[in-house]
Design a protein around this ligand. Structure first.
Ligand code: COI
Length: 361
């Protein structure tokens, strides 16, 4: 039995969501918060109003980056139920990030129960339109106040919720991506496979340069040889050749995408020839020149399935699938969204139901 203190204030007035939710602009009224100390373990389980944090200026996470986060989603199904998409996998990945950053792990089953309780409190925030969902952002920070470099002893974990629409302003329209090797995002044996802000900070300059040239994101190369394709930072990458679909293997520099794993499972189930291996940039460019390359797409919790309409590397531009969504992209997008919104049976067992009823659509 979970012992969560509810400090939720009664809501006055109806929730009015804007026509276009965008991504991560709106936050629900309440958050879940808990604290860690070696003596008490995780304690102070509380659901309480979202408010500013009050922290010591020497809090260790600010100085030495002991921070990590997760991103997952809850959906309102066509039967007016609320379901979580693969929450156990997300909390397992949170624990992997925690181990690499010398932070405490959490009990996965317990966290899923905590999340269900928070979502039950915030159920009126579940957006109703197709393509919309409730994005869930758990994060953990090291909270000791000290300036010596060492792991913090105390921690705080917070879960916040945000009703969202499509991640990219393009929606499901193909995005333009720049491949560049002036900067790298993350290095294997470093923190590349953790969901930690340092990886995102390292990606900002390259992404800004890409933006100035009219590209939405950067496709990063491996940081050791600058030769192999890794990921896009906001999504993992898949390449469709005429006879094979490939995605980079998890070398340590790439996030273990939950949507990536789901796409691999769906492709296998569709009987496609899917390979997980190292893919050099040279291989990709050669495949384009020889006409073997059909399409490129990304997968991610926020991005779902995103087509890539154009790739650019130095002075070479690759126009993909005439800038339109390819057949496989549409198929994967429809399949994953149909499972998430309960339009077809959950045959992969990916959904966890939250036991509440939401107002009928
Ligand atoms: C996600 O897909 O959940 C992400 O975390 C990507 C991005 C919003 C940082």
């Amino acid at each position: 039995m979970l012992n969560i203190s509810h400090q939720v204030k009664p809501r006055t007035g109806k929730i009015e969501l804007p026509e276009n939710l965008g991504f991560g602009q709106i936050f629900t009224d309440n958050v879940f918060e808990m604290d860690y100390s070696p003596e008490k373990g995780w304690h102070n389980y509380t659901i309480k109003p979202l408010s500013n944090l009050s922290l010591h200026p020497a809090s260790m996470f600010i100085h030495y980056g002991q921070v990590m986060f997760e991103g997952m989603k809850a959906f309102r199904t066509v039967d007016d139920e609320i379901v979580l998409f693969r929450p156990h996998k997300h909390f397992e990945r949170l624990n992997n990030s925690a181990r690499r950053l010398v932070m405490p792990t959490v009990d996965v089953d317990m966290m899923v129960e905590v999340l269900k309780e928070l979502i039950a409190v915030e159920k009126e925030w579940m957006p109703t339109k197709p393509g919309e969902s409730l994005y869930i952002r758990p994060y953990m920070i090291g909270t000791d106040s000290a300036l010596g470099v060492r792991p913090s002893v105390t921690y705080k974990l917070i879960i916040m919720l945000s009703p969202v629409g499509a991640y990219y302003p393009e929606g499901f329209k193909p995005v333009k991506i720049l491949i560049q090797d002036d900067y790298v995002r993350a290095v294997r044996k470093g923190t590349g496979e953790c969901k930690t802000p340092g990886n995102y900070a390292a990606s900002l300059l390259g992404a800004e340069i890409a933006r100035q040239q009219g590209y939405t994101q950067v496709l990063w190369l491996d940081a050791v040889e600058l030769k192999y394709i890794e990921e896009v930072g906001t999504m993992n990458i898949f390449i469709e050749y005429k006879d094979e679909i490939v995605t980079p293997e998890l070398t340590g520099g790439i996030l273990h995408g939950v949507t990536r794993a789901s796409v691999i499972e769906m492709l296998k189930d569709m009987g496609k020839n899917i390979s997980v291996r190292r893919i050099s940039l040279e291989e990709l460019l050669r495949a384009y020149d020889s006409g073997k390359l059909v399409s490129v797409f990304g997968s991610g919790t926020a991005a779902v399935i995103s087509s890539v309409g154009e790739l650019k590397y130095k002075d070479k531009t690759l126009l993909l699938n005439r800038g339109e969504n390819s057949e496989i992209e549409l198929k994967l997008f429809n399949e994953i969204q149909s499972i998430q919104y309960g339009r077809i049976p959950d045959r992969f067992n990916w959904l966890t139901k939250v036991d509440v009823t939401v107002p009928a659509l």
